[in-house]
Each structure stands twice: as structure tokens, then as C-alpha cells.
Design a protein around this ligand. Structure first.
Ligand code: BG6
Length: 479
């Protein structure tokens, strides 16, 4: 089966995981720049690594010269973007999802001084995309809040950050309006609850009522999202703005009604709430009840609710890596994206413990399409593998090929089911630094980067077996 005409197929990345050059050409420090590799104690259980507390931040600053900060180095896309985009093009990809780093555009955050070198960098990147007819899909904020937002404003829970974000995002929309049509204001917006540091600049031990602060931060992001949709449509009414969620598809462990209900409630809170709000424009009743039950009192203004009601998204995008299981009673848990999930006896797991569930992608796409009737975009899907560069410079990543083959097959099945999916970008076209575990060894790319967990290596790029497989898949699947 071929994809519908105009289907976007490519790869997804983020600025903090690829760019490097963390202090070059005026860029200021971000929350991602403070995550150090030594924080990984046991990569099979990285819960501790994901959490950033005041002790860790203090330690990072006091020991800056002795620690290694992988996201300061990335894979040096900053200097290598021409070669990388060419490789992406040669794989047959017609889409490239990337993010812009706020701290390159307005490094001081609140002085409105736009950094020309930052603008030039992204313009050069977009020029390269244009040269190869690659459609850029741009995330305006992807886990790299400027550190100053944390230090001076306490992160996204402060309403002042809405204005600062609007200043930044308006510059981005205006400067890159001739290159970009598809925008994603926030990566995995639900990560604000599960990964508070990178998403919201919230330090877990600094909050009296952590959950309340996180939901306040989230509300502020919803307001910013609505405002930026309004601004974007004035710049170009053809712009398409989408939400982006970490999709935590879960099944009830069995057909016991109590478990089914528990699973439904869990999905409402972790997933549907976000779509419901950004698609329908109102806070769902079940969420207001959840806030009440959990002693969460938010500062929500009437005009903010009007903004959210009047400025809704054009499409839904999400990351899909794995699925999980829910039950009222204790069942064993496995690692998953941002959270732990209940173990499913019918599924196998990746090296990092994430459960592999291609059919779950079809279930998710059908469910979201039935529920919202908005075009869907799979913004991330892929598998972390500790790939090895062989002596003859090949990389045999058959497990990745299998993973992609099965998921893309289910994507095609969904389209045949009648679901409106307009694009798919695999995480990632090229190896990047892992977001959650901050290591290079957890490789997602179809292109291998010769670099280890401490940033050592030639940084040369090599095509993995999956690169050739993907190229053929694209050739066979596009008109
Ligand atoms: C998503 C993020 O959470 O999952 C990416 O949007 C991230 O930034 C990806 O890299 C995979 O997660 P991880 O922790 O394995 O890198």
C-alpha cells in the first residue's frame, strides 16, 4: 500500500539533543545544559536520573569542570547540519522535525534582544531543507527552557513566562514564516507533569504543592499555546498549529469492570485531558473534579479561558513508543517514556524496558481519529538500541528494522481503516543524546554517529542497515 499523496515521512529531532555549541554565538544556558552524565547510576531504572532537584543543580554548578554535560555537546549538528540534512534527503525523507532553541533567539529572555546569529543559524538550516524539498515541522519549545526562566521566574508556573514565550515565539514565527508551515508550540505538553525540570523548569523539592505548581505551569502553557495560535494565524492563515503529547496508551489488565474504569480514568488524566482541552477548547469536567480531589487550586482567569476556547489546534501530533497496562491492584511495572507502566504479558521489551506494541499504534490512531476528527501526525516513533559500529563500518540494527517495519505497517493499516494521518517522523533520523537517560548509548538513529557517552569519538556519520531499509520503504510507499 502507498501512502496518500502529499504524505510527510521523515525524522524527528530536538535542539538540545543534537545541536551542541551550547555557549556559541550568544546562546545562553538551558535546563538541558545542566543534566550531567554522571547522574546515571543504573540505566535500567532511570527514575532518579530524570528528576532534577536543587541538590543536583547546585552540584552541577559547583563541579562544572569535572562533570560531563552531554547536551552541551549534542552531536554537533550546529556545525554539521549540511551533511546531516543531505543524508536525511538521500534517505528519501521529505520531512524533518526539529526544534528551535529559545536561548539562541533571545538569550537574555526578558530584554527582547534578538540574537542575529541564532536567527541566521536556523535560516541556514531551513535553506538546506528548502534546497532538498524537505518540509520542516518546527517545535517551538522542546525540553530546553532557558535557565534564566528558572532562576528569575521559577519556571512556567509564573504567568510572566507566558509573555516571555510569546515574545520569543513571535520572533520565530515572523523570522521563519517563509520556510515553515507546520508548527508545534510545545513538545509533549503532558511532560510538564511527569518531567517537570525540562518541560516547565520546576524544581521538585522547591514546591510546597508540587502537583498544583505543575498544573499551574501547564495552564500557563495552554494559554501561551492559544495566544500563539492567534498570533500565527494573523501572520499566515495557512499556518498549521498542532499539539504534541507523549502518548501513554494503556489497556486494562483484564475485563474486570473496576480495572476497566481505573484504566479509563488514568487515560483521562494522563492523555485525553490534553487533547480534550486543546481540541474542544474547554477544561473537561473530569479534570475539574480531579483538581478538587487533589487539592489543586489554580489561578485561571476568565479571559484566558476565552482565549483557549477561541484558539484551537489544527492537528494532533504525538509520540508513540510503547504501551502499558493498568489495574487497581499492584502489578509489576516496566520502564517507559517519562513514566513507568504496568507490564503486559503479551509484549516484549526494548533494551531499556519499553514495551513494544505496534498494534497499539493502530489502536491509538483509530481512537484519536474517532474521538477528535482532526488530522493526525505521528511526531515520534522509534527504538533505543545500543548499536555497535562493526570493523567494516556497518551497523547491523535488525531489531530497529523490525520495530519500524511493524509500526509502519500498522500505520498503513490505520490509514486503510479510514484514519486521517498526514505524516510520520521517526525518532530519530540520526543518533542523538537520549532525553531521559542523557546518554549516547541509547541510540535511535538510522544514521550512526561515532561518539561515546562522554562525547569522545570522530563524530563521523555512518549509515546503519536501517537507513537502507527505510530508504527502500519510502521508495515503495510514496507516489
Ligand atoms: C520523547 C521526547 O519523550 O521521547 C524526546 O520528545 C526523547 O526528546 C524521546 O528523546 C525518547 O526518549 P529518551 O528518553 O529515550 O531519549
Amino acid at each position: 500500500m502507498k501512502f496518500p499523496k502529499g504524505f510527510l515521512i521523515g525524522g524527528a529531532t530536538s535542539a538540545p539533543q543534537i545541536e551542541g555549541a551550547y555557549n556559541k554565538d550568544g546562546k545562553s544556558l538551558t535546563v538541558a545544559d545542566l543534566k550531567y552524565f554522571e547522574d546515571i547510576k543504573n540505566r535500567k531504572d532511570i527514575k532518579e536520573t530524570k528528576i532534577t532537584n536543587s541538590k543536583k543543580i547546585k552540584f552541577a554548578f559547583e563541579n562544572e569542570s569535572n562533570l560531563f554535560f552531554p547536551k552541551r555537546v549534542g552531536i554537533d549538528f550546529y556545525n554539521n547540519y549540511k551533511e546531516d540534512i543531505k543524508l536525511i534527503y538521500e534517505m528519501g525523507m521529505n520531512a524533518f522535525r526539529l526544534s528551535i532553541s529559545w536561548s539562541r533567539i533571545i538569550p537574555n529572555v526578558d530584554d527582547n534582544k534578538v540574537c542575529k546569529k541564532g536567527i541566521d543559524f536556523y535560516k541556514n538550516v531551513f535553506e538546506e531543507c528548502k534546497k532538498y524539498n524537505i518540509e520542516p515541522i518546527v517545535t517551538i519549545s522542546h525540553f530546553d527552557l532557558p535557565y534564566k526562566i528558572v532562576k528569575k521566574y521559577g519556571g512556567w508556573k509564573n504567568k510572566k513566562v507566558i509573555d516571555l514565550y510569546i515574545d520569543y515565539a513571535s520572533v520565530v514565527l515572523n523570522e521563519f514564516k517563509d520556510y515553515v508551515k507546520y508548527w508545534i508550540p510545545f513538545n509533549e505538553i503532558n511532560a510538564t507533569i511527569f518531567s517537570t525540570w525540562v518541560s516547565a523548569g520546576i524544581i521538585v523539592d522547591k514546591e510546597e504543592n508540587l502537583l498544583e505548581s505543575c498544573y499551574q505551569a501547564l495552564h500557563n502553557q495552554f494559554v501561551a499555546n492559544a495566544k500563539i495560535i492567534k498570533i500565527a494565524k494573523k501572520i499566515n492563515e495557512k499556518f498549521k498549529l498542532g499539539c504534541m503529547l507523549a502518548q501513554f496508551t494503556c489497556y486494562s489488565l483484564d475485563c474486570k469492570p473496576e480495572n476497566v474504569l481505573y484504566n479509563l480514568k488514568d487515560q483521562q488524566i494522563k492523555v485525553y485531558f490534553y487533547y480534550d482541552l486543546m481540541v474542544k477548547g474547554v477544561y473537561p469536567k473530569y479534570m475539574l473534579k480531579y483538581f478538587k480531589d487533589n487539592n489543586i487550586n489554580l489561578d485561571i482567569e476568565l479571559d484566558e479561558l476565552e482565549l483557549i476556547r477561541d484558539n484551537k489546534i489544527d492537528y494532533i501530533s504525538f509520540s508513540y513508543y510503547m504501551s502499558g497496562v493498568n489495574s487497581l491492584t499492584e502489578n509489576s511495572k516496566v520502564e517507559a517514556n517519562l513514566v513507568k507502566m504496568g507490564k503486559n504479558p503479551y509484549l516484549t521489551e526494548s533494551e531499556w524496558g519499553w514495551q513494544i506494541d505496534p498494534i497499539g499504534l493502530r489502536i491509538t490512531l483509530n481512537d484519536l481519529w474517532d474521538r477528535y476528527n482532526l488530522p493526525l501526525f505521528v511526531a515520534e516513533n522509534g527504538i533505543g538500541i545500543n548499536d555497535k559500529l562493526e570493523n567494516d563500518f556497518t551497523i547491523i540494527d535488525d531489531n530497529r528494522i523490525e520495530y519500524l517495519k511493524l509500526h509502519l505497517n500498522e500505520l498503513k493499516n490505520s490509514i486503510q481503516d479510514g484514519v486521517n494521518v498526514f505524516g510520520y517522523t521517526t525518532w530519530t533520523p540520526i543518533d542523538v543524546i537520549s532525553s531521559g537517560s542523557n546518554e549516547m548509548s541509547k541510540r535511535y538513529g538510522l544514521i550512526y554517529v561515532d561518539q561515546d557517552d562522554y562525547g569522545n569519538g570522530s563524530k563521523k556519520r555512518y549509515k546503519k542497515n536501517s537507513y537502507f531499509w527505510f530508504k527502500k520503504f519510502i521508495d515503495d510507499s510514496l507516489y
